[in-house]
Design a protein around this ligand. Sequence first.
Ligand code: A3P
Length: 292
Amino acid sequence: MDSLRPELIEFHGVFMSHYFTDNWENVQNFKARPDDILIATYPKAGTTWVSYILDLLYFGQTNPERQSSIPIYDRVPFLEIFVPSIDAGKDLADRLQTSPRLIKTHFPVQFVPKSFWEQNCRIVYVARNAKDNMVSYFHFDRMNNVQPEPGDWSNYFHRFMEGKTVFGSWYDHVSGWWEKKQSYSNLHYMFYEDLIEDTGREIDKLCNFLGMSPSAEEVQRVAGSVQFDNMKKNSMANYSTLPVMDFKISPFMRKGKVGDWKNHFTVAQNKEFDEDYKRKMKDPSLQFRTEI
Ligand code: A3P
């Protein structure tokens, strides 16, 4: 499997791997429909969690057999993925029969195909604090054979701060999407930490944005189904059916916590990180919680 591991390449000013740029023209020409919903995130910010919430809200009652037969990565295609032996995300998205279509991307905002903007699609962006995001991404790169080798923790720690990870700088990603929200009203910007704090409340906000009005019982049912332990044992949600991931190294559903960074960052790393963070994150309106 190791031979699948790509190099990090610089692409239009963003560090990427060829698995997400090889299908560039087709992806850029993707024809979005007005009711498409794009779930956009920096990798490891809670994409699968929010994808599963949306899938249950839209199709949990009308199409329950979907829950036990179709893995989440087929229900919510990853638009730009182009990996041998896995269906191209763009083709999966084109073939989706659902309405709305739920589509996932990790693109920084400037890479999103223009038809999503032209069609004024609803977009849900999920952001996670940089420290936990970094830790989660490190373990993901260790276990996912289509990601570049992460190296050791100390090396990875610096690479992350330099934006040398697939999909580029976390700082640019969360800030770019935050800025977009100021001019594009169909964008709902959510935080992983808020979801951890009160999943039901965040589902309510999401429904408000989507123009849905599920009953309180339905919201609680969805919140229960997407609780970490339930998703972790659900083979349709936990990625255990995807061969490129090596669960012996680390599971996809790893810890699902706020504050796990404290088990990885040394005191010196934390100081270095915080100083660098202040220099990079200039907009006081974008705030993250690293513990709750
Ligand atoms: P950890 O590695 O910190 O455990 P993505 O889906 O964007 O790849 O994000 C994966 C991260 O979200 C993992 O973080 C995973 O455990 C966490 N996650 C997924 N589902 C979750 C849930 N239901 N509750 C809490 N965290 C969840």
